[in-house]
Design a protein around this ligand. Structure first.
Ligand code: DOR
Length: 424
């Protein structure tokens, strides 16, 4: 059996409130010992001095594009990108072609991911058949086949009656509904945040209320049904406040924010780079500060990338017709270290909670902790490495990143899945 000794790292595990310099011994796919100065022979030694040893990172919001849009990403390239970014488990969204709304599609994703062999993939299945927002998918059956959550992400479920039924059914299996909160009557054909910048740049805007009215609606439906709702890609100060109040009231609501929504503002759209075009759009400085505060106080439970790879043909066009989305798997950790950890907004334990323990808990999957006898999914992070983002070095096929050329700090040096190093 392969043995791996991760030596002298700062071991951070939110599930046991551990934050101490320790060694971690891995045998096969299990962690067998966590302790001080572990000695012995026959190990491959990973020198983790000065590094953070986190439970393997979990990204609960990834678009893998396969099947149907393999020119943008495949399960192979997307999972390789995830491993490069430090993720050991990802949940993939169902807006593929065909849509993930049948047991056969859930099986297909699982088999392809296993064959690729980089990271663990948990399928999120569609709330409604074909993402049409009309008829529910066979939720119970999809859970049996391994769907961990339900979402029509990329689109909202505009019909409140359908959303009510979806929450009633999903609560029977206690799986979360991941809501893409957007009132499409309000967002219309906007391209960026509605505000001073959209006026200056002469573009149609997407107002904050397009998101907030749906966050309020879904909280109301979750309160009424007792179901679990997870708000995807929170981008406005108003949404953060709605989630904060609902949590205080005891509604079963959780939320995520993306690295681009805590790192960039609508001022970055100046210059019209289509790599800044994303849905929900980049918001104002005040919104970014509120998202950071939400991450700090736990109102926002998780950091998720909304990795949305696109082909050059979808982005090298004028802003108004470009596709929405940012390729995020390979910059997420660096942006979190640079903008949240190094700036003192999150402690290492909070960062591990937001990027591993919380998303694993929300999805109800076995991940997100470092414990003896547990699965050896581990991410070793160098928080001090400074480098310049280069999209051409991405493993993802999606080179659409507004962070290209930006200097950042922090990188996953080892992504260990089931005891095997996957990012090399
Ligand atoms: O920018 C986005 N791109 N937001 C979404 O919700 C969907 C995603 C995509 O699939 O490209």
């Amino acid at each position: 059996m392969e043995k791996l000794l991760i030596k002298g790292g700062r071991v951070v595990d939110p599930s046991s409130s551990t934050d101490a310099v320790l060694d971690v011994l891995v045998e096969g796919n299990k962690i067998v010992l966590i302790g001080k100065d572990i000695e012995g022979e026959g190990f491959q030694v990973v020198d983790a001095g000065g590094k953070l040893v986190f439970p393997g990172l979990v990204d609960m919001h990834v678009h893998l594009r396969e099947p149907g849009q393999e020119h943008k990403e495949t399960i192979e390239s997307g999972t390789r990108s995830a491993a490069a970014g430090g993720f050991t488990t990802i949940a993939c969204m169902p807006n593929t072609d065909p849509v993930i709304d049948t047991p056969a599609m859930v099986e297909y994703i699982k088999l392809k991911a296993e064959k690729a062999g980089y990271v663990k993939v948990k399928p999120v299945a569609a709330i409604t058949k074909g993402l049409k927002g009309e008829e529910l998918s066979p939720i119970g059956e999809l859970v049996q086949y391994g769907a961990v959550a339900f979402s029509d992400d990329g689109r909202p479920v505009m019909n409140s009656r359908v959303m009510r039924r979806a929450m009633e059914y999903s609560s029977m299996w206690d799986v979360p509904i991941i809501s893409h909160c957007e009132d499409t009557d309000l967002s219309g054909d906007g391209h960026m945040n509605e505000g001073e910048m959209s006026t200056v740049l002469g573009m149609r805007g997407i107002p904050a209320i397009a998101e907030e009215v749906m966050v309020a609606r879904d909280i109301a439906i979750a309160r009424f049904t007792g179901a679990r709702v997870h708000i995807a890609h929170v981008s406005t100060a108003g949404s953060v406040e709605l989630v904060r109040r609902a949590k205080a009231e005891g509604v079963r609501v959780t939320a995520e924010a993306t690295p681009h929504h805590f790192s960039l503002t609508d001022r970055d759209v100046d210059g019209y780079s289509t790599n800044t075009k994303v849905n929900p759009p980049l918001r104002t400085y005040e919104d970014v500060e509120a998202v950071k505060q939400g991450l700090r106080d736990g109102t926002i439970d998780a950091i998720a990338t909304d990795h949305a790879p696109h082909h050059r043909d979808d982005k090298e066009v004028e802003y108004a017709v470009a596709a929405f989305g940012i390729s995020g798997l390979e910059t997420a950790l660096s942006l979190a270290v640079t903008n949240l950890l190094n700036s003192g907004i999150l402690t290492p334990i909070q960062l591990a909670e937001r990027m591993s323990t919380a998303p694993a808990r929300i999805l109800g999957i076995e991940a997100g902790c470092l414990k003896e006898g547990g699965t050896a999914d581990i991410t070793v992070i160098d928080p001090d490495i400074e480098y310049v983002v280069d999209v051409n070095a991405f493993k993802s096929k999606g080179k659409n990143s507004p962070f290209d050329g930006m200097s950042v700090r922090g990188k996953a040096v080892y992504t260990i899945v089931d005891g095997i190093i996957k990012n090399i």
